[in-house]
Structures are given as structure tokens and as C-alpha cells.
Design a protein around this ligand. Structure first.
Ligand code: 4GP
Length: 833
């Protein structure tokens, strides 16, 4: 038998297996290829090699993960739990190598084995477990939490099918299933023993407990199990690894047993399949007809598993639940997980026999809520009848929360029944509905918007009544993005140039240090290299685009990019009107002052959002005509990048020179693409909306192209009656652009195809495209003027990067930590070396 000493020594020696040297990495790579993939070098496919590289990287994360878990356990660290229905993670391999600090080592190790690390990185299929901004923000926040050394668990759903893959066929968006798990997921660790039963349906009943108190309990009609799948999330330059815990739905064992025991084999198998559909697919947002039953089930499944898990962790590590809110602070990422408020109440009341007051005290101290959109159609409500059927106990709890809450409102605002109706958690009407946003606000001690203007509008409009009742509850935390993924991984050439210019790479951890670029802004050497970096990125993108779409981009032209979800409020159609205007001017020979441009779009439309899909068709229709017309070809080209996702975003941001952030003021909560482009040296043309306002302040108004109505002007126009047809009739160029679209020129003679879009613009124009058209064109002329002076443009580009430090997600996380969560860093020490 081994003496204890030898065991320790062996354990230590074993640690060198996850060493950071090239040799250790190389050995591990071959080991993993052999022992996990069962392959040897000569027969391994690129995918086998990617898997081996991924496991090799994961091994190194696990060494730190275990240490993190040990540290957090020993220190009883307060933990942030981020509850989000979406995580748009992007590929892991490159970002983990950067955060481990071994990109070059791994590259060299692979190269010596005849492998090309970039090709392996390309092999990775990204987990597209989110729709857009909200999901990507959650992913940036997870990485920054680890970087800022804040103990955190991200809870979500392990959708088997993430956001659909977008193909473009005949100019139309076609959705394809995203079977991202098909080839296995090397980053996750299944935890079959961490699983919880989640009930649905049934009824509630009262009973007397051992102290003869009358209590309520829920007897669900059926149960599903949620099983944990864990992914380690490493911070940059720290030993801290946080946990992303995603729940997969499975049939509950009791259900299984029952059915199998009664001999109903096929019935049992069927029940299993039914149960598993729960985590099958991510719901697309922006669908006009939301409110699907399965979606409510998913939301409850997520919160029930997560709250049960937190309670388990608490009981295991701390003990009695009275101190729950000291151990955990839970951030609700929009209203999708708002049911957590009712679920925690239920668990504390029904399972842990607390009084209402005790349970509410804990619940209210535990939750915080972030709102991500003001669009009324995105504010979730669920029919009371659906709650009665699926979650009867939660409905009772919500009614009781509401009763107590409305009493408070009545006391404060005596006789104001209209206010009571507006604030109620239940909307009365022909169909009574539960207002999830109200539940989130009432159940949380802190509510925040995601940019200054948005947080102001949240207080002044969306939750005005609530802000009057509880002004201290409302905050702003402006969004941020991680510079590791969006500069270091996406744009290594720029990262290198910045590091060389600043003389160090501390900016990667502390983005404000980009300021060190500023003194060099007029240095001709830097300007030249800056331009070279951009040119190289443009060439890379052109090459990719040619291969992916067949479209040839001219890297000598300005790359003008709009990439984000396709939505009317984001106004991709305003951009199209600009392109049509350029087209007409060129055709008429008015090319003076025009700069050659390549217009690049990327973005998905919700499958059920007709108008957004028509906008995609219009973009591609215009592209077809423009790209095939030799008369205009030297001036403009149009490309639609299919399947805009994190990976493709990483190709776009470095290559962009002009970033289009042209939403109608007051509609974009923050935007985060605006930050990613600017961080990569693109100049922004934008409205005073969302975080654009703060970006403009930070980089300097002279380094930002501003146009358009302000949020206040928008409201005024809407109140006094907005008449888009007057713009159509009074502006001959606008009229001729819209008429050209209707003429059939872009649609093989079909004069009706785009009518729904143009008629809507001329008659309703809910997002005031026509009102901003002229200002937008004039601003674009200014863009052209400045672009013709490369030195000036480059200077502005450098200043954008130098002053963008505030928009790091590290800063956003520190603000949450200090102002909302009251948590501090808990460094994990590197005890090995
Ligand atoms: C998005 C907002 O539209 C965007 O402005 C913001 O930057 C992002 O959240 C992160 O806060 N909202 C969504 C959504 O993605 O599904 O509501």
C-alpha cells in the first residue's frame, strides 16, 4: 500500500500533466487523441484533432476549476447566480487558449505535430444557445465574472437545437436545424447525480403540519427531471474558473418505473421522449405570436432546477436557509426567469416550512432584475388559464404576492385605483394574464436598464409607477463586451499592434489602459500600421465571403457594415434606401464625392417575422442588381453574410470601417455590436440611441457620425401625429428610391413583392425611417468626405479604440458587483507553481 506521502507526491506529479509548456501540451494532445478519440495521428480526421485539442485545453481548465471550487467552498464566498434562458457562447477553444495564456504554445505544439491550430479552431461548432444581444451579453458577463474573480454560476438550458442556422436561398432566409451536439461537446461535463424533479399540472391541497398549522402543498400531475451539464468558464489572467450549469430535460425515474412496471414499455419510452422535448429547442424571439406553452414550461424548468440546486448547495455548505440571500445573489436576465421569484417562495414556504414573511424577506433580498427591451411586444405576459393548468401553486403564490403588493400601493396612493390596475401583476381584460415584468420588479430589490438612456426610459415610461413607489430600486449599468474574444481572439493583428504601441498588454485585463494609444495618434508609423491591420482584415473577410457566397468584395473600398438581428426598429431598410440612392446617383452619373463602398449585412430574422424576412429578401435583391451591373460595380457592392453568429461576427468586426447603429432613438436598449465594432477601429454612424450616446461621449463627438431624431423628438412627433407620406411626397429622392423598389427593378419585374414593406413605410412607418432618411443621407456624405482623407480617418479610428475602455464587460461586472450584488473578488491562488 502507498504511504500517504507517496500518494500526495503522485498527485503532485500528476499535475504536470496539465502543465503549460509546449511539451506538456503536445504530450497531452497525443494522449487525448489516443485515449479519448481512439485515433492515431495518421488516420485522425480534422475533427478528431480538434477534439483532442479541446480536451487538452479543457484538462488545463479543470485543474483550475477544481482549485476554484475548493477555494469557494473553504471561504464560503458569496456567489452570483446568473439566471438566463440564453447564452450565446461562441466557440470555446480559441478563447480558452487566450485566457490560459497559451495560444502561442499550443500553436507551436500543434505545428510540430503537423497540425494547423487555426484549422482546428475553425472545426468547432459554436453553441448557439441564444438569439442575440441578451444571450451574448450573458456570455460576456460569465467570462468577465471569472476575470474579475467573482464566484459565479450561470444557470441555463442545454438546448439540443440552438438558434437556427440561416441559409440564403433565392435571396430569402431559410432556416436549418442547429444540431450542434451531433459530433459531441468536449467542453461539458455531465453530472447525472445533480438532477432535480420538476413538477407540472395537478392541484394544490391543504394539510396540517406537525404543529397543526394549516399549510398548502402542490401535487403535480407529472414530473420531469433536469440533469446538470457543466461547462467551465475561465477568466483572463486569473486562476478563477466559474461554472456554467445547463439543464437537460429527461423523463423522471418514477414515471419511468411506473410505466415499465405496468408492462407498458412503449408508453414508457414515449413518456421519455415527451419529457426530453422540453429542452429540445431554443425559442426564437421577436415572434409576433409568443406565448407558447412549451416556452413557459422551459422557463419553469430552468428556474425550478436552478433554485433547487442553490438550496442544495446552501444546505451542503452553509446550513439553515435563513442566510440564503447572504450566500447567493440572483440576477434575472430579463423576464424569462422571473418565475424564480414564485419558485423560491414555494420552496421556502412549502418545502422548508417558512412563514410568508420569512420567505419573502429572503426572496426579495435574493433577486435583482435586468430589463433588456422597451418594445411592448417583447414584454412577456402569460394567460392566467395556462398558469392554472400548469403551475397552480405558483399562481396562488403570485396572487398572494399581488394582494400584499397592491395593499402597499393603495396605502401610498389612496384612491388611485387606475394606478392599482396598471401596477397589478395580473392584467385584466378579456383574457387575464400574468405580467412577468411586474413580478420581476416586485420580487427584486434592484432593477436595472442596460444603458443610460434606456435606464432613464425604464424609469420614466415602462416602470414609471414602480419608480414612483420605489425610486431607490432603479439603477443603470451600461453594457460592455469582453475584449478577449472581440479583440484578442477576433483581431490578433490589432491586439499585437496595440500591445507594441502601448509597450505592454495590460489593456487586455484593464481596457481603460488603451488610453496609452492616444499620445501616438499622430505618429505616421502607427497610422500606417493601423491601416495595414485593417486592410489585412478586409482581405481575410473578402476571401471568406468569396468562398461562402461567391460575392467578390473589393478590399480597396470602404467596408460599411450592419450586423445584428434583423428588425424594423434597427432599420436595415434605412440602410437599403441609402444603397438605392447611391445606385441611382451612380446611374445618373452623379459620382462626385462618392467613395467606393462595400455594404455588408449580417443578421437573422425570427422565422415568424414576415417583415424582417422581407427586408432580407430586399437586401439580396438589391445586391443582385448592384453586383451585376458593371456601370455601378466599381463604386458599390452589396453582400449579405449568411448565418451571422459569434464565429462569423469575429470575422466581421475586424474588417469593418463604418459601423451602422441606426435604430430609431429610444428603441435600442443598449446595443453591444456598436461596442465590438468600435473596439476594432470602426467609426460609428448612429442615432442618439442606447449606448451609442455614451460611446459618442467617450470617443468624442468629433469622432462619431451622428444623425437623426432624438428620443424626445420621436415622442413629440408621435404625439402630434407622424405623417410619413408627407416625407414621401415632399422629398423627390426619397420618393424615387421607394418607387424604384416598387417598379420591379430589383424583383425581376414583380411590382408587388416589396409592397408590404414600402406601403408600410409610406403609410405607417412605425420606426420613422422616412423622417430620418434625409439626415442619414447627409451624414453619409460627411462620412465620404472624411474617408477621402485617410490620415484623418485613421486618426479617428485610433481615438475610437483608445477611448473605448469603458465598454469592457469587466467594468460592467464591477458595477454590478459593487452597486447591485455587494460581492467582492475571491481570488483563487495558484498553489502548484
Ligand atoms: C437586447 C437589446 O435589444 C440590446 O439593445 C441590448 O444590448 C441587449 O439586449 C443586451 O442588453 N435584447 C434582447 C432581447 O436581445 O431578446 O430582448
Amino acid at each position: 500500500m502507498n504511504s500517504p506521502d507517496t500518494t500526495v507526491q503522485q498527485a503532485k506529479r500528476e499535475h504536470t500533466r496539465t502543465g503549460m509548456s509546449k511539451d506538456a501540451f503536445q504530450r497531452d494532445l497525443l494522449d487525448n487523441l489516443f485515449y479519448i478519440q481512439g485515433r492515431f495521428r495518421e488516420v485522425a480526421t480534422p475533427h478528431d484533432l480538434y477534439m483532442a485539442a479541446a480536451y487538452t485545453t479543457r484538462d488545463r481548465l479543470l485543474a483550475r476549476w477544481v482549485k476554484s471550487a475548493q477555494t469557494f467552498k473553504a471561504t464560503h464566498a458569496r456567489t452570483v447566480c446568473y439566471l438566463s434562458a440564453e447564452y450565446l457562447l461562441g466557440p470555446h477553444l480559441a478563447s480558452n487558449l487566450v485566457n490560459l495564456g497559451i495560444t502561442e504554445t499550443a500553436r507551436a505544439a500543434a505545428e510540430e505535430l503537423g497540425m494547423d491550430m487555426d484549422a482546428l479552431i475553425e472545426e468547432e461548432e459554436e453553441p448557439g444557445l441564444g438569439n442575440g444581444g441578451l444571450g451574448r451579453l450573458a456570455a460576456c458577463f460569465m467570462e468577465s465574472l471569472a476575470t474579475c474573480q467573482i464566484p459565479a454560476i450561470g444557470y441555463g438550458i442545454r438546448y439540443e437545437f440552438g438558434i437556427f442556422k440561416q441559409a440564403i436561398e433565392d435571396g430569402w432566409q431559410v432556416e436549418k436545424g442547429d444540431n450542434w451536439l451531433r459530433n459531441g461537446n468536449p467542453w461539458e461535463i455531465p453530472r447525472p447525480k445533480i438532477s432535480f424533479a420538476v413538477g407540472f399540472g395537478g392541484h394544490t391541497e391543504s394539510y396540517r403540519d406537525e404543529r397543526s398549522q394549516v399549510r398548502l402543498r402542490w401535487q403535480p400531475a407529472f414530473e420531469i427531471r433536469g440533469v446538470a451539464y457543466d461547462t467551465p468558464i475561465l477568466g483572463y489572467g486569473s486562476q478563477n474558473v466559474n461554472l456554467l450549469r445547463l439543464w437537460k430535460a429527461e423523463a423522471s425515474e418514477s414515471l419511468d418505473l411506473q410505466a415499465f412496471n405496468t408492462g407498458d414499455y412503449y408508453g414508457a419510452v414515449h413518456a421519455k421522449i415527451e419529457a426530453e422535448t422540453l429542452s429540445k429547442v431554443l425559442y426564437p424571439n421577436d415572434e409576433p405570436e409568443a406565448g407558447k406553452e412549451l416556452r413557459l414550461k422551459q422557463q419553469y424548468f430552468l428556474v425550478s432546477c436552478s433554485m433547487q440546486d442553490m438550496i442544495r448547495l446552501h444546505l451542503n455548505t452553509v446550513g439553515p436557509l435563513e442566510g440564503f440571500a447572504d450566500k447567493f445573489t440572483v440576477q434575472l436576465n430579463d423576464t424569462h426567469p422571473a418565475l424564480a421569484v414564485a419558485e423560491l417562495m414555494r420552496l421556502l414556504l412549502d418545502r422548508h416550512a417558512m412563514t410568508w414573511e420569512e420567505a419573502w424577506g429572503i426572496t426579495h433580498k435574493t433577486f435583482c432584475y435586468t430589463n433588456h427591451t422597451l418594445l411592448p411586444e417583447a414584454l412577456e405576459t402569460w394567460p392566467v388559464s395556462l398558469f392554472e393548468r400548469l403551475l397552480p401553486r405558483h399562481l396562488e403564490i403570485i396572487y398572494e404576492i399581488n394582494r400584499r403588493f397592491l395593499d402597499e400601493v393603495r396605502m401610498r396612493f389612496l384612491g388611485d385605483e387606475a394606478r392599482v390596475r396598471r401596477m397589478s401583476l395580473i392584467a385584466e381584460g378579456h383574457e387575464r394574464r400574468v405580467r412577468m415584468a411586474h413580478l420581476a420588479v416586485v420580487g427584486s430589490h434592484a432593477v436595472n436598464g442596460v444603458a443610460k438612456l434606456h435606464s432613464y426610459l425604464v424609469k420614466a415610461m415602462l416602470f414609471k409607477d414602480f419608480a414612483e413607489l420605489w425610486p431607490e430600486r432603479f439603477h443603470n449599468v451600461t453594457n460592455g463586451v469582453t475584449p478577449r474574444r472581440f479583440v484578442v481572439v477576433a483581431n490578433p493583428r490589432l491586439a499585437k499592434l496595440i500591445t507594441e504601441t502601448c509597450g505592454q498588454d495590460d489593456w487586455i485585463r484593464d481596457l481603460e489602459q488603451l488610453r496609452a494609444l492616444e499620445p501616438h495618434v499622430d505618429d505616421a508609423g502607427l497610422q500606417g500600421r493601423w491601416q495595414e491591420v485593417k486592410r489585412a482584415a478586409k482581405q481575410d473577410l473578402a476571401q471568406w465571403m468569396k468562398q461562402a457566397t461567391g460575392i467578390e468584395l473589393d478590399p480597396e473600398s470602404m467596408f460599411d457594415v450592419q450586423a445584428k438581428r434583423i428588425h424594423e426598429y434597427k432599420r436595415q431598410h434605412l440602410k437599403v434606401l441609402h444603397i438605392v440612392r447611391c445606385y441611382q446617383r451612380i446611374k445618373q452619373g452623379q459620382v462626385q464625392g462618392l467613395v467606393p463602398r462595400t455594404f455588408i449585412f449580417g443578421g437573422k430574422a425570427a422565422p415568424g417575422y414576415f417583415m424582417a424576412k422581407l427586408i432580407i429578401k430586399l437586401i439580396n435583391a438589391v445586391a443582385e442588381v448592384v453586383n451585376n451591373d458593371p456601370q455601378v460595380n466599381d463604386w458599390i457592392r452589396v453582400a449579405f453574410m449568411p448565418d451571422f453568429n459569434v464565429k462569423n461576427g469575429q470575422r466581421l468586426y475586424p474588417a469593418a470601417e463604418l459601423s451602422e447603429q441606426i435604430s430609431l432613438a429610444g428603441k435600442e436598449a443598449s446595443g453591444t455590436g456598436n461596442m465590438k465594432f468600435s473596439m476594432n477601429g470602426a467609426l460609428t454612424i448612429g442615432t442618439l440611441d442606447g449606448a451609442n450616446i455614451e460611446i459618442r461621449e467617450a470617443v468624442g463627438p468629433e469622432n462619431f457620425f451622428l444623425f437623426g431624431l432624438t428620443a424626445e423628438e420621436v415622442l413629440q412627433r408621435q404625439m402630434t401625429g407622424y405623417r410619413p407620406w408627407e416625407y414621401y411626397q415632399n422629398d423627390p429622392e426619397l420618393k424615387s428610391d421607394l418607387d424604384l423598389i416598387n417598379s420591379g427593378l430589383f424583383s425581376h419585374g414583380d411590382t408587388q413583392l416589396f409592397r408590404p414593406l414600402t406601403d408600410n413605410l409610406i403609410n405607417h412607418d412605425p420606426f420613422m425611417v422616412l423622417a430620418d432618411y434625409r439626415a442619414y443621407l447627409e451624414c453619409q456624405e460627411q462620412v465620404d468626405r472624411i474617408y477621402r482623407d485617410p490620415e484623418r480617418w485613421t486618426r479617428m479610428s485610433i481615438l475610437n479604440v483608445a477611448r473605448i475602455g469603458y465598454f469592457s464587460s469587466d467594468r460592467a461586472i464591477r458595477e454590478y458587483a459593487e452597486r447591485i450584488w455587494q460581492v467582492g473578488p475571491q481570488p483563487v491562488l495558484d498553489t502548484e507553481h
